[in-house]
Design a protein around this ligand. Sequence first.
Ligand code: NAP
Length: 449
Amino acid sequence: MLRVAVVGSGPSGCYTAQSLVQQDPGVHVHVLDRLPCPYGLVRYGVAPDHEKIKSLQNNLRTVLEHERVRFLGGVRVGADGVPVARLRELYHAVVYCVGAATDRRLGIPGEDLRGCWSATEFVSWYSAHPDAVADGFLAGARTAVVIGVGNVAVDVTRMLARGATELTPTDMPQAALDSLAAGTVTRVHMVGRRGPSQARFTTKELRELSTLPDSRVTVDPAELELDPGYVDPSSLPAPQRRNVEVLRGWATAPAPAGRHGIRLRFFLRPVEILSDGDRVRGVRLERTEPDGHGGVSGTGRYEVIEAQLVLRSVGYRGVPVDGLPFDPVHGTVPHAAGRVLRDGVPSPGEYVAGWIKRGPTGVIGTNRPCAKETASSLLEDAPELAARSLPDDPVALLRAAGPDPVEWSGWQSIERAEAALGASLGRGVVKIPDWESLLTAARGGGAVP
Ligand code: NAP
């Protein structure tokens, strides 16, 4: 018997647990999460209107309901939680699948002004993350600038342009729904510092922008043509070529009128978030040009986009787990095929998978092979790992050390409470957005906001 703790119940944690129990009938896995709810970014990152991707929860559920897998929510590991060294004592092996918990910063003046948020904060708010900052993102905002041209930028742009009819059937919390459905933000500028052929969004996500009811997507053909890859896409990889084709279509065919204007801009890098008192009033951007090596250089020409809301969507970033080594440059844990490296040497019984292993890139499915590699490394090491005798009941010892884990039945109580909340609002399932109500619901209490 090999007893493994997987820390994190998002896609990488669930796929790691799945790979372990599938590959070895002697493995038992406890999947720990600091939140009382499982599924990580599938619950708290995938946009609420992307129902098909969200339905991946059903696959992850079958993993967490496996007879040799046990979910333990509400268990924090590291600082203010179960120490990494203690976890090692309770399990033969520990796999850290903690993702990339924060956002990258721009490093320009004005980033901390009221009205300038990271996309992660905005996403957490409409996804009902219990650590989300208070409401008020859209207060007084009519125009938004989204900095970055990745899939998260597309997600937040789309959510700003969606109307009540499309948002009501989602599971987003009622306060976010009311705020977004009011539709006060009518113009969104999505801005890339490089060219259209270098944008990080995927074509399916890009194309979806032009399908939004009552919205109008525009681009500036002259700006697109600054990019040699746009002018002659023949040598681009297929995904970039497809993006260019979509943008070319928008550049040549006039978009139908719509209340929400979405404008895609390129070759503009932010240099300052401008203020009006302590609030955002716009973004100052420098025109860039291709440097011939895939990057851009500044031209010394500037423009200002007036806006009352700025969302920085420039990528996620891993945060260190207290007690684990960390590479601050890449925001990852150093590893070899998933084995954690301490001073360059594999540390027995410690592994990583997912974004904390390889950085915040790739789609959910990318986590499958990543998790499999880690699980295979762990199982290769199993004979040495299993030689160590362990205390009998790690959950009792965890409980004695402080956390009272939310077990699967507790999560199922939360699911029932969210269904009841939705029914009381005349909607489908509606997510509970705060710690207290989640924990009350987990204990079987019905009191929800
Ligand atoms: P991302 O794909 O890495 O895109 C980050 C964007 O920010 C890029 O356009 C990047 O430009 C820009 N950027 C970075 N630093 C900047 C700076 N200092 N100034 C201006 N722009 C800057 O990150 P993401 O959008 O957060 O997505 C993370 C991962 O999740 C991706 O793999 C994504 O595909 C995935 N995801 C997928 C979906 C989906 O499948 N529907 C939805 C959401 C997220 P440069 O290229 O010039 O660096």
